[in-house]
Design a protein around this ligand. Sequence first.
Ligand code: TEU
Length: 561
Amino acid sequence: MEQKWWQNQVAYQIWPKSFCDSDGDGIGDIQGIINRLDYLKELGIGILWISPMYCSPLADEGYDISDYYNIDPRFGNLVNFDILLLEARARNIRIIMDLVVNHCSDEHEWFRKACEDPDGAYGKYFYIRNRDGEHLPTNWRSYFGGSVWEPLPGHPDKVYLHYFHKKQPDLNWENPELREEIYRMMNWWMDRGISGFRIDAIMNIRKPEIFHDYPADRDDGLCSLRNALHDQMDVKLYLNEMRDKVFLPHDAFTVGEVFDHDPEALEEFIGSRGCFSSMFDFSGEIFNRSKNGWYEDPAFLTPDQYKECIFSAQLTVKDKGFLSNIIENHDEPRGVSRYLPQTFADVHTPAAKKALAGTYFLLRGIPFIYQGQELGMENVPFSSMEEISDCSTIDQYKVALAAGLSEEEALAAIGPLSRDNARTLFPWDGSENGGFTTGTPWTKPHPAYTDTNAAAQCKDPDSVLNFYKKLSALRHDPEYGSVLCQGEFLPFLEEQSNLIAYYRWNGIRTILVLANFQPECQNVELPEKNYHPILINEGSLHFYDQTLTLLGWQFCVLEVT
Ligand code: TEU
């Protein structure tokens, strides 16, 4: 596969509302990001994905866009944005924007015009259908709960389609005019100097050719949208059009939020002639998902389950393309809370957090760090629904209650999975509100911010943050960078429980990554070779001939010669 500028990078995701507030209004902003670019530079970041900052009523925290060509005043303006681009470039950091084009906001001009004249040009930008009395066009359930159909404002006889929130009407991608509008907008941002896009919910942009009901799968009489996704028209047709009209001419880096794809079609998504540069590996995030709602999903994975997920993803992709590897994002709980289960006593130690960090970071692909992950931030211990603001979590709480859970049980079920876990304020230091703002923050800081914050960890050479810096540095290392970025992935001792071990190999160098995912020591029988340590999370290594005894939660990277 041809080498590209983005393959050796480390990427970082910012959720702007909670990252850094520069003007004291309690909401993070672009100037706040600019103020923290040196921090990101030191962390070794080369690509910065910023969650949506476009104008938005924030019904879904910016994933409902009312003007694609402007920055929401809460975050700043286009001048701030241009300065951010320049300041980032000066530090060799490229910015990618979040592209949310399955839907826009119901406050977008297009939707307002569609409401004024549903039969006019803008009516064709959306899916508007006549309503047959009480009967809705289909029984599909929105991702955020309830029917996907909502009465069209001003037209009680009509309904419009929304796969997500009712304030997020789906855009009609079958309309070539709409597609051209979107490509024009994307090129406008590319020409402004961004380097690509993270592409939101993209598998949803095409619908089934014929809209019809599917068997209901819950008592609400509705059915999962997975049925519609299964029957959708070929999504790659428009993704390839997007690639040809926007990505290729700009040599963009693009990472798709791809769910439910056909594994056979992997190369068409991320192969050398695929529609995207990369796509996220969500195998750990979607593990054992319940049909009844995500409140029933497992709150954590055992190390062996986690290994099964990441190994199978790696072995499916092999060298066909580059996955983007994550342990968390703005939609997921904190990685350390999900993959370091509290079934182990005292599991959230720096050693264990570093072991998890090293394990996912050195997989083949592009490591993404979500803000605060590099500090080892944990989930929020929610004690009441009043602390929850995410629309999807509120919906799932209701689903759990409807399924018969008590209020206490419902809160306990959604708490460890809520999207709000990752959306707390970034703890910059131990001062009031973690140094996030000089004003009153829009939400409470994480209760652990006095212990877990960037300033304290910068100073501590053994901190989780400084370990992430070492991991980043390895990707740029003149000796090891090439094998760690491009080399093949080969499982090692896959059957050994609570051990996650793999080789990276490029025909020139062989690297062995070993992580002991348990508090007890664990012996690893190594083939007869020489092993030279490149990185250890904590302690020293204990070799007895070909046996390596790893301490509890010990992680190491060895060169094999
Ligand atoms: O998430 C998409 C999303 O919610 C998926 O989990 C969805 O369930 C999937 O497409 C099912 O196959 C993105 C954003 O990351 C999220 O924050 C937004 O709320 C959402 O899109 C709507 O824009």
